[in-house]
Design a protein around this ligand. Structure first.
Ligand code: GLY
Ligand code: MN
Ligand code: MN
Length: 440
C-alpha cells in the first residue's frame, strides 16, 4: 500500500514548530467517534489536521507540541492498551506504540490528561489550537487554562494569548510534498478504474445505485477504506442537482448519467466527475453541451501554472461556456456583456474548482491580501466546469431541458504547468462511446 512515510510526519511537526512563536504550545484533538445509531458507530475517520501531524489513526487522542522543550517537544495522549477492549474492537497502539511507532517523544494515557496537560501549558505564553471547530474540546481547553488560573496566587503563569492554529497549519497543507502527490496519484488511479468500471456497466434498466456499487467495488478492491465524500450518481434530470446523493433512480435509455465520486487513500482524496449516456451513445444535444464543457476544461488547464492566479482557470471556463451557450442559442447577446452580467450563472452556477488534499474541499486560502492567490508548485486542485439546464427552464427549447454535464479532474501545479492526476478515465465523446461499445 502506498502511504505517507513516518519520517514525513516528523518533518511536518518540525516545520510547524519552527513557525510557532517562542515559548508556545499547540494542542490538537483526534476526531471524536460518531454514533450512527444506538451502539453502532460510523466508520472512524481521523481529523485531517491531527492525521497530518501524527499519522496516528485512533480516536481519544491529543497531540501536544512544545517547541524547544528539553524533555521532548512532541507529547501524545492516547488510549492505553486494554486486553478486553482490544478483543472486541481491535488493537490499540497504547503509550508504548505511540513512542515506538509514531515518533512521540513521550506519551501518556488519555485518562490522565486533566492531571498532566495543565502542567505542560503552564508557563507558556501562547496556545495554538483549532478554536471554534470542536466546541467540546474548546471547553476542555478552557478548563485546563482555568486550573492554571486558579493557582495564580501560588505563582502559576497562565498563557495570555490564544491563537488559531489553522493559518499556519493549513498553509502547510496547501503545498503537497512528493510523498503526498504519490498518495494522491494512487487515489486518483483507483478512482479512474472505478469510473471506467461504472461506464462499462452502464445499461438502461439498472439503477443509479447499481453504478454506485461498481464504484465501491473498485475503491475497496484498490485498498481505499472509503469514498472521500458521498458518491453522486445522478441520471437524467438528477444530473442538474449539484450534490445529488439519493442515487436510487432508474437509468433510462436516452438519458445521461453524471457520476462525481472519488476514493480516499491514507486520508488523501480524489475527486472525479464524468458524464456519459446510459445507453453508450450521446444524442446531438447531449454531445453539443458536453463538447462545450470539455473545451472549457481544456481552456482551464492552460491557465494552471506557477505565476497564474487562482481565478484564471475559472475565468477561462466562464468564457468558453458563455460563448458556447450563445452559439447554441441558449443565451442571446454579446459574450462580454453576458459574462459581465453573469448571465451564464443560470447554467453554470458553481466555480471551476477547489483545493484538493486530505479534505476533498481542502484547506488553504484562495485570496491573500484581497488578491487571488498565485499558483505555486505543489498546490493541488480540481478543474470541474459544468452546464446544467434545469428541467423546468421554459426559456430554452424542450430538447435541452434536463441535460446536466460536469467533467472534473484533479491536477497538481508543476514547474511547467500542471500534472493531471486523473487522466486514466476517458472523456472525449468518441473515447467514451468506444469504451462503452466494447463493453456491450
Ligand atoms: N464532489 C464535490 C465537488 O466536486 O466539489
Ligand atoms: Mn467532485
Ligand atoms: Mn470537486
Amino acid at each position: 500500500m502506498i502511504h505517507i512515510p513516518r519520517a514525513e510526519y516528523t518533518r511536518r511537526r518540525k516545520a510547524l514548530m519552527a513557525q510557532m512563536e517562542p515559548n508556545s504550545i499547540a494542542i490538537l484533538p483526534a476526531a471524536a467517534v460518531a454514533i450512527r445509531n444506538r451502539d453502532v458507530e460510523h466508520v472512524y475517520r481521523q481529523d485531517s489536521d491531527f492525521q497530518y501531524l501524527s499519522g496516528f489513526p485512533e480516536p481519544e487522542a491529543v497531540i501536544v507540541l512544545m517547541p524547544g522543550r528539553l524533555h521532548g517537544e512532541y507529547v501524545l495522549f492516547c488510549r492505553e492498551r486494554n486486553a478486553e477492549r482490544e478483543l472486541w474492537d481491535g488493537l490499540r497502539a497504547g503509550t508504548e506504540g505511540a513512542t515506538r511507532d509514531f515518533g512521540a517523544d513521550d506519551a501518556f494515557p488519555i485518562t490522565d490528561i486533566d492531571d498532566i496537560l495543565p502542567g505542560l501549558i503552564e508557563g507558556r505564553d501562547r496556545v495554538y489550537s483549532a478554536m471554534g471547530s470542536n466546541a467540546e474540546f474548546d471547553r476542555h481547553l478552557m478548563e485546563w487554562i482555568n486550573v492554571i488560573r486558579s493557582k495564580a496566587h501560588l505563582g502559576a503563569q497562565p498563557p495570555n494569548e490564544f491563537v488559531a492554529l489553522d493559518h499556519l497549519l493549513h498553509d502547510m497543507r496547501l503545498y503537497k510534498s512528493a510523498a503526498e502527490v504519490k498518495v494522491m496519484r494512487e487515489a486518483a488511479r483507483i478512482s479512474c478504474a472505478a469510473h471506467v468500471r461504472a461506464m462499462q456497466a452502464s445499461r438502461a434498466g439498472l439503477h443509479e445505485f447499481s453504478l454506485e456499487a461498481e464504484l465501491d467495488y473498485e475503491f475497496r478492491k484498490g485498498g481505499a477504506k472509503m469514498p472521500a465524500y458521498g458518491s453522486i450518481v445522478a441520471a437524467g434530470r438528477n444530473s442538474c442537482i449539484l450534490h445529488y446523493q439519493q442515487n436510487d433512480a432508474l437509468l433510462k435509455d436516452g438519458d445521461l448519467v453524471l457520476i462525481d465520486a472519488g476514493c480516499e487513500i491514507d486520508c488523501y482524496a480524489s475527486d472525479i466527475t464524468r458524464t456519459w449516456p446510459v445507453n453508450g451513445k450521446f444524442s446531438p444535444e447531449q454531445k453539443a453541451i458536453y463538447d462545450i464543457v470539455l473545451a472549457s476544461q481544456e481552456a482551464a488547464f492552460a491557465e494552471i501554472a506557477p505565476d497564474k492566479h487562482w481565478n484564471q482557470a475559472h475565468e477561462a471556463t466562464v468564457r468558453v461556456i458563455t460563448a458556447g451557450l450563445v452559439k447554441l442559442g441558449l443565451l442571446q447577446g454579446d459574450v462580454d456583456e453576458l459574462i459581465a452580467s453573469e448571465a451564464y450563472k443560470a447554467f453554470y452556477m458553481h466555480r471551476a474548482g477547489h483545493w484538493l488534499g486530505m479534505d476533498v474541499h481542502d484547506v488553504g486560502e484562495y485570496k491573500v491580501g484581497g488578491e487571488w492567490r498565485v499558483l505555486e508548485v505543489g498546490m493541488a486542485l480540481t478543474v470541474e466546469p459544468g452546464i446544467y439546464i434545469a428541467p423546468d427552464n421554459l426559456n430554452v427549447a424542450k430538447k435541452w431541458r434536463g441535460i446536466g454535464v460536469r467533467i472534473e479532474d484533479d491536477v497538481v501545479v508543476t514547474k511547467q504547468g500542471c500534472e493531471i492526476l486523473t487522466g486514466g478515465v476517458p472523456k472525449a465523446v468518441a473515447e467514451i462511446e468506444a469504451l462503452m461499445a466494447a463493453a456491450r
